[in-house]
Design a protein around this ligand. Structure first.
Ligand SMILES: [Fe+2]
Ligand SMILES: [Fe+2]
Length: 334
C-alpha cells in the first residue's frame, strides 16, 4: 500500500473516531471542529515543514493523529476558588467523556488504560500502537509519537526539557501549526465567532451579531503574545501575517459599523451574521461552501436590483476577498 493510501486509511479512522461522541459542543470545541482543525493543522504543518527541513511523512501522520483522543476531554474542571484545576505538569484537568459508540481506537484506548491522561500523551501512545499495527517501523512510529507528545508544551518544563522536546523540526512545526490554527488568522476568527455563539446560545437561547462585533478588537489584541511563543521562523512569519489580517478585520468592522444596514447586507458584517446563524452544529468547511455557492451569488444577484447603493458593490468585493483568504488559510497556504 502506498504511503498516501496508508495516510488516507488512518485519516478515515480519525474521522470515524471523532463521530463516536454525540455531544455537539464541548468547551471551546464542537463536533466538526475536531476534523476541520486536524486537516488544517496538517496542511499548515506540511507547509511550514518545507521551510524547516521536516520529514513530511512524520509531519503528515503526526498531524493527522495529533488530536485522536481529544474527544475524551470533557469540560475543564474548576477548583473551589473558581480557577481551572491543573495537574502536576500544569495541564488543565478535564472531565473524561466516554464515547456513545466504539471502534478500533476506543478499544485500543481502553486496552492501553489511557483514561485520565492528557490528550497529547494518550494520543501519542495510541498513535504509536496504531502505526505499529499498520506495519510501520518501530522507529517511524516512535518519531510520530514523540511529535504528538510535544504538541502541548508542559508548563513546568525546564529549558533543557523543552530543548529535548522540540529538537526535531517535525515537533516544532506541528506545535506551531496547532497554536496558529486555534489563535490566529481568519480560521481562529471563525473559532472565536463560534465560541461566542455557543456562549450566547447557552445564556440567552439566541445569538446577537451586534453584541459579537463588540468583542472582536479585544480578542485580536489578546493574541499578540502568541507571536512570541512560536518555535520556527516560518511559523512566526505566517503568524505575523495572520495577525495583520485580523487587525485589518477590526478596521473593516469599525468602518462598516458606520455604514449601517448596507454593511449587514453585503459586507463583512453580513458575513459575520451569516456565520453566526449556523451555530447550533457549526462546521467551517460547510460554512465556506455556503458562502461561496449561496451567500455571495445571492447578493450578487440582488446587487443588480439594488445598484443605487454606492457602497454595496465595494462591500461585496470585500466579502469575497474574506472568503478567498479564509479558503487559503484552510488549505494552509496563508
Ligand atoms: Fe491537541
Ligand atoms: Fe490540535
Amino acid at each position: 500500500m502506498s504511503i498516501e493510501a496508508r495516510l488516507s486509511k488512518l485519516q478515515s479512522l480519525v474521522e470515524e473516531t471523532f463521530l463516536l461522541w454525540d455531544q455537539v459542543r464541548i468547551g471551546w470545541s464542537w463536533r466538526h471542529y475536531y476534523l476541520n482543525h486536524t486537516l488544517r493543522v496538517r496542511a499548515l504543518a506540511l507547509e511550514l515543514g518545507k521551510h524547516e527541513g521536516a520529514d513530511p511523512d512524520v509531519v503528515a501522520f503526526a498531524a493527522t493523529l495529533h488530536d485522536i483522543t481529544k474527544r475524551y476531554d470533557g469540560n475543564v474542571i474548576m477548583g473551589p476558588d473558581g480557577k481551572r484545576l491543573v495537574d502536576k505538569n500544569g495541564y488543565w484537568m478535564t472531565e473524561t467523556l466516554q464515547p456513545t459508540r466504539e471502534n478500533r481506537v476506543t478499544r485500543l484506548y481502553d486496552a492501553l488504560g489511557l483514561a485520565g491522561q492528557p490528550h497529547h500523551y494518550s494520543g501519542a501512545v495510541l498513535a504509536e500502537h496504531l502505526l505499529t499495527e499498520e506495519g510501520f517501523s518501530p522507529e517511524f512510529a516512535a518519531s510520530v509519537a514523540a511529535v504528538i507528545r510535544a504538541h502541548v508544551a508542559p508548563q513546568t518544563a525546564s529549558p533543557e526539557e523543552r530543548e529535548a522536546l522540540y529538537r526535531a523540526p517535525e515537533a516544532r512545526v506541528l506545535s506551531d501549526a496547532d497554536l496558529i490554527d486555534a489563535n490566529l488568522g481568519l480560521v481562529a476568527f471563525y473559532r472565536n465567532i463560534q465560541i461566542h455563539a455557543g456562549r450566547m446560545l447557552q445564556q440567552t437561547g439566541c445569538v446577537d451579531p451586534g453584541a459579537y462585533i463588540e468583542v472582536v478588537e479585544r480578542w485580536v489584541n489578546s493574541k499578540d503574545s502568541f507571536l512570541e511563543s512560536l518555535l520556527t521562523p516560518s511559523g512566526r512569519e505566517v503568524a505575523a501575517q495572520r495577525q495583520a489580517r485580523n487587525r485589518q478585520l477590526v478596521e473593516w468592522i469599525a468602518e462598516e459599523r458606520a455604514l449601517g444596514p448596507v454593511a449587514w447586507e453585503y459586507g463583512l458584517l453580513g458575513v459575520i451574521a451569516f456565520l453566526l446563524e449556523d451555530s447550533y452544529d457549526p462546521c467551517l468547511t460547510r460554512a465556506l461552501r455556503l458562502l461561496e455557492e449561496l451567500w455571495l451569488p445571492n447578493r450578487q444577484a440582488r446587487l443588480s436590483n439594488d445598484g443605487s447603493s454606492p457602497h454595496a458593490r465595494a462591500l461585496l468585493v470585500r466579502s469575497d476577498q474574506f472568503r478567498n483568504l479564509l479558503h487559503e488559510e484552510v488549505a494552509g497556504r496563508l
